[in-house]
Design a protein around this ligand. Structure first.
Ligand code: ADP
Ligand code: MG
Length: 444
């Protein structure tokens, strides 16, 4: 297992301590960042993103807790050691660019090299190379004010990487840019992560950019409220024994960044059960599903609520729809519990896979109207196993089910493939256990 590059251990930051204006900006935050990761801190204005970024970069001193970078406690460095360390290891990019308006673009870029005992010609050469790499060498002799915002930010990025630091910190780097320039700058930072292998730590309140990251930490009121792993990027960090990243849920989270985990699960489940119909109905259904999966209401009350007319605070579903839906919801929660009990320590426990696999396959097929030959069942098992191991994501799972036999698939109708795929993702979500074991009518 790779060792973390940055370890943040119960870090708190309090502004104006002891005064009426006292503000706890960070509340005991802990997290680890691995080399070459792209990490995003995401959340509404004022939630503490910038404070966290500057604290990790050593520019803000925590009131309690520790920051370990490269194996050393930043608090233990003398001021001059810290400055030298920061200069060589950390590049900073800000929303407001912070270029010096009286200096040319090239001089701005080579500014962090002033401390080097080196001839100016040499420094300029290096600066020009970086400008060339980012395709703005033609602007070298211009003044920052003559440049567009997007160009200025690219200059600022050149300045941040001139000393070739392994870590890049960016605070809302595209907050002042139009969406086209923003995308260019974001692509550039992405390239610095993927091609140059720099660890990128970026702050944004804009959910459009979350897909660049390996992992996104959602913040609220000075706390980390959720961590989402991007299923589309190969993870740097080895997954803790947690093979069941419910990819579909993570994707859902991108569209509903403000929701907490329980709400997301409820939304996911309700969309699967109902499909998107009337928004108000959908919303109310979600609320009741949330109550049901978090154990706040029992099965009987759940049925009553779904059945009750909309005007009376229910969802207004027909009795038959209600029963089908409640059964299906319970089944999924049960299956999820089963999957987690069976595979909590997967893949270490290969021996349990065989029996588990049977159950997973059978519950997927329980209401399947077609039939599969023994060869097809074998292949179905292989594909399910691959998904359980996490070696394919839910899209690949769905595609394989849909692909023809010759192409290594099962040739299922795309709607069936879609259904099986969503159903399996739902199983992989960890619903609270006490609900899954609650028999009908329990917990009144
Ligand atoms: P974000 O970057 O998510 O918008 P910040 O980290 O800038 O949030 O701020 C978190 C909270 O701390 C906010 O309520 C903000 O007003 C407060 N804050 C930030 N910097 C200071 C400061 N230097 N002095 C006092 N309060 C501050
Ligand atoms: Mg900020």
């Amino acid at each position: 297992m790779a060792t973390p590059l940055i370890k943040i251990d119960k870090v708190s930051v309090v502004y104006d301590k002891g005064r009426p204006s006292e503000m706890v900006a960070l509340k005991g935050i802990s997290l680890e960042i691995y080399p070459e990761e792209y990490i995003i801190f995401f959340g509404p204005s004022g939630c503490g993103k910038s404070t966290l970024l500057y604290t990790i970069a050593g520019l803000e001193v925590p009131d309690s807790g520790r920051i370990i970078v490269d194996g050393r406690d930043l608090a233990g460095l003398s001021k001059s050691d810290f400055v030298a360390y920061h200069r060589s290891r950390m590049g900073m990019v800000f929303q407001a660019f912070y270029l010096i308006s009286s200096l040319s673009v090239l001089d701005n870029v080579i500014l962090p090299q002033m401390f080097l005992q080196e001839r100016a010609v040499k420094r300029k050469e290096r600066g020009t190379k970086v400008l060339e790499r980012f395709e703005i060498a033609n602007l070298a002799n211009r003044l920052p004010t003559e440049l567009s915002g997007g160009q200025q930010q690219r200059v600022a990025i050149c300045r941040a990487v001139i000393n070739d630091p392994p870590m890049l910190f960016a605070d809302e780097p595209v907050g002042n840019l139009d969406s086209r320039s923003a995308e260019k700058v974001m692509d550039l930072l992405y390239e610095l992560n993927t091609r140059d292998k720099k660890t990128v730590i970026l702050v944004t309140h804009d959910s459009r950019y979350l897909h660049y990251a390996h992992r996104v930490f959602y913040m609220k009121d000075g706390e980390l409220v959720r961590e989402v792993t991007n299923p589309e990027r190969t993870q740097v960090r080895e997954e803790k024994v947690q093979p069941f990243v419910a990819h579909a849920l993570a994707e859902f989270a991108r569209f509903y960044p403000h929701l907490d985990e329980g709400d997301l699960k409820a939304k996911f489940l309700s969309h699967y059960l109902m499909g998107i119909k009337d928004e108000e109905v959908q919303e109310r259904l979600e609320r009741f599903i949330r109550k049901r999966v978090s154990g706040q209401i029992n099965r009987a009350d759940f049925i009553l609520s779904l059945n009750k007319p909309f005007a009376e605070g229910g969802v207004g579903l027909y009795e038959q729809t209600t029963l089908r839906l409640v059964d299906e919801a319970d089944k999924i929660v049960d299956e999820s519990k089963f999957v987690h009990e069976k595979f909590e320590h997967f893949p270490e426990k290969y021996d349990t896979l065989a029996s588990g696999l049977d159950n997973v396959r059978n519950s997927l097929l329980s209401d399947y109207e077609g039939s599969l030959t023994p060869e097809e069942l074998d292949r179905f098992d292989t594909i399910i196993k691959a998904r359980l191991e996490g070696s394919i994501d839910h899209k690949q799972f769905r595609e394989l089910l849909n692909k023809s036999w010759k192409e290594g698939g099962l040739g299922l109708h795309h709607q069936t493939a879609e259904k099986f795929s969503t159903r399996l993702e739902l199983m992989l979500i960890d619903y609270p256990k006490e609900v899954a074991v609650a028999a009908p009518g329990d917990r009144s």
